[in-house]
Design a protein around this ligand. Structure first.
Ligand code: CDT
Length: 343
């Protein structure tokens, strides 16, 4: 059964610590309009899209506060309302990341799925795998990633959901059709940046029949205190960062027979903090079918057919037939490594 739709990744180039928020918002709206003009029905934006990637800085509570959107409905936030109003008027769905401060004062690294058909946010995800450290490095030249200091780990789990209005004639709930697998509105899962490196994130969605994984990211091209090989120069580290980014998207899209759309905050922030590009769309066989060319503002578009997800889900990765959960216990009961005893 063919279920075609046009999707896009909106890559966002350099945003400095002192970039004007209103100007940044206009750039995002331009990307939205570009995607719509190319027929995209859904656009994925990066992690913490509306500002620079602030977890790299050591910030006072007052400085930190300005990076967060307050309250429980991002679409009504004064700073960004125009973005969602534009998505509505263009009739385009959006997944976008932001720093969330809830009405009860809890900080999360969050993304939402805004459905133009519904005129509201229909799903929210809060980043579960927060990388980096809780305190800054002693070495003042090291690049920090203070996500564990500034955010709480996500508390919403990996909940897949159906995105209405994207594919024509989607099978509805009251159907008399006994086999609904591979029919109906697209099954979507969201994750944020570092989550994509963890197969657990993908498999949690795979077990819900996910067809489209959406992931925004801020991936440094060079952060030797945090990842890569300690002796790598910037060029080698950057090559490795691109390689691992592509590796995890291609492999996990394949192993869960789903499409994935990833969107980068890219470019050189403040003249010294480099972030990789590589925004892409990957198919259920693990092939990258569209990819950003550079590290600036750029829209990557592809027509996809969710029907293609079926083959893998019904053969190699038919979980119901092939998974052996009686042997997987330690995956959910044990966090760190316990090596076998020495002989
Ligand atoms: N933002 C984010 O999660 N970035 C991590 C790298 C952090 S360690 C440098 C990532 O997985 O890309």
């Amino acid at each position: 059964m063919s279920r075609k739709l046009k999707v896009a990744a909106a890559q966002v180039g350099t945003i400095h610590a002192n970039s004007d928020r209103a100007e940044t918002l206009q750039r995002l709206i331009t990307l939205l309009k570009t995607a719509a003009s190319q027929g995209a029905q859904l656009v994925v934006f990066p992690e913490t899209t509306f500002t620079t990637f602030f977890p790299r800085y050591v910030l006072s509570p007052t400085e930190l506060d300005k990076y967060f959107e307050k309250g429980d409905d991002i679409t009504q936030s004064e700073n960004v309302k125009q973005f969602f109003d534009t998505a509505q008027s263009l009739h385009i769905d959006v997944c976008i990341g932001y720093a969330e401060l809830t009405s009860t004062g809890d900080p999360y690294n969050t993304c939402v799925y805004y459905s133009a058909t519904q005129g509201k946010v229909i799903s929210k995800y809060r980043k579960i795998h927060l990388p980096g450290t809780s305190e800054p490095f002693d070495d003042p030249t090291a690049i920090n990633q203070l996500e564990k200091k500034y955010f709480k780990p996500g508390n919403l789990g990996f909940n897949a959901f159906r995105a209405p209005g994207l594919v024509p004639a989607a099978l509805k709930k009251d159907t008399t059709e006994p086999n609904t697998a591979g029919k109906g509105d697209p099954i979507v899962g969201m994750m944020i940046c570092n989550d994509r490196r963890w197969p657990e994130s993908w498999r949690a969605y795979g077990l819900q029949g996910v067809e489209l994984v959406l992931c925004g990211y801020n991936t440094p091209n060079f952060a030797p205190d945090l990842y890569g090989e300690p002796d790598m120069d910037v060029q080698a580290a950057e090559r490795e960062a691109y390689f691992h980014h592509k590796l995890v998207l291609e492999y996990n899209s394949y192993a869960n027979s789903c499409y994935s759309i990833s969107a980068a905050r890219a470019g050189l922030d403040d003249g010294k903090y480099g972030l990789i590009g590589g925004s892409s769309i990957v198919d259920p066989n693990g092939h990258t079918i569209a990819e950003a060319a550079g590290t600036g503002d750029e829209v990557v578009v592809a027509e996809i057919d969710l029907g293609v997800c079926r083959y893998g889900k019904e053969t190699m990765f038919d979980f119901g037939r092939h998974r052996r959960i009686e042997t997987y216990g330690m995956i959910s009961s044990q966090t760190g490594v316990i090596e076998p005893p020495l002989l």
